[in-house]
Design a protein around this ligand. Structure first.
Ligand code: MLT
Length: 270
């Protein structure tokens, strides 16, 4: 069993322009990443929006929760953190694995949420083949370390346009992946392997959902993102595709991604 969550288990970037009165936007990063993937996007969000990007337990500068954890454990830790900081209700956003944690949070604590922003992610569970690959990757992480995982992830993360036009993004992303502890990588892989299909939750949600997908995302491609938005009740799911972005739209097209989020939040009066 993981140790009880403590709000100190998450570190955050607060946008310094934050106004305490607005609905907070809370952002959860993907695998094997940390909150720095949101940094390029923050300057493009409206000045009166309160934005908090968290390091999930064991990632970035946050201490580990336990040797093994589930996505629901991460969601509970996020909730304790948000409660302690007075950040509820909020709009909860997550990129890829962060999206899985946001969906786990939605399953457990939907009443806390004014909206869900999912970026480059999916609502379905792993296939048998994907589960076997998680086991193989966890083994590699523990035997060969984080750099081996970063090298395996590298070809799938960014679009060709990003590599060509923004050559600084890939080294930053590699640095973030290489800094992720192998024990966290292995535990996160097992947690993702064991996640349920969250799609049925979407069919009965009352929370508006924005799905943002990079047009060139090789891990969670546009047809997968469209299916997430389509799974919501009529009027609640919105799909936005970001041209030229791969799997990390927040770093690859930060301005377009921020515009999609802020446009949707203001249309929804969030
Ligand atoms: C991520 O970016 O968080 C991962 O690629 C998600 C996954 O492997 O399913």
């Amino acid at each position: 069993m993981p140790t009880p969550p403590s709000p100190r288990d998450l570190l955050q970037i607060d946008d310094p322009r934050a106004a305490a009165s607005s609905t907070p936007l809370v952002l959860l990063h993907g695998f094997p990443l940390d909150r720095r993937i949101f940094a390029p996007m923050l300057p493009h969000l409206p000045a009166d929006m309160r934005v908090v990007a968290c390091d999930l337990p064991g990632f970035g500068q946050s201490p580990a929760l336990a040797d093994a954890f589930s996505l629901e454990d991460l969601a509970r830790t996020v909730r304790a953190f948000l409660q302690a900081r007075g950040l509820l209700p909020c709009v909860l956003g997550g990129l890829s694995m962060g999206g899985y944690v946001a969906l786990a949070y939605h399953r457990l604590f939907a009443a806390d949420l004014r909206g869900l922003v999912l970026i480059d992610t999916k609502s379905t569970a792993d296939t048998a083949e994907a589960k076997a690959n998680r086991d193989r990757m966890a083994d590699i992480a523990l035997r060969e370390g984080s750099s081996a995982i970063a090298r395996l992830m590298q070809p799938k993360m960014l679009s060709d346009t990003t590599r060509r036009e923004l050559p600084g993004v890939e080294p930053t992303l590699m640095e973030i992946m290489q800094a992720c502890p192998p024990t966290t990588i292995a535990a996160a892989l097992i947690a993702m392997r064991d996640r349920p299909d969250y799609t049925p939750d979407l069919a009965r949600t009352t929370v508006p959902l924005l799905m943002i997908t990079g047009a060139d995302d090789a891990i969670a491609p546009p047809e997968v993102g469209k299916a997430v938005a389509a799974a919501c009740p009529p009027g609640l799911g919105t799909y936005v595709e970001i041209p030229h972005a791969g799997h990390i739209a927040t770093m690859e097209r930060p301005k377009d991604t921020a515009a999609a989020i802020s446009g949707w939040m203001s249309a929804r009066l969030l």
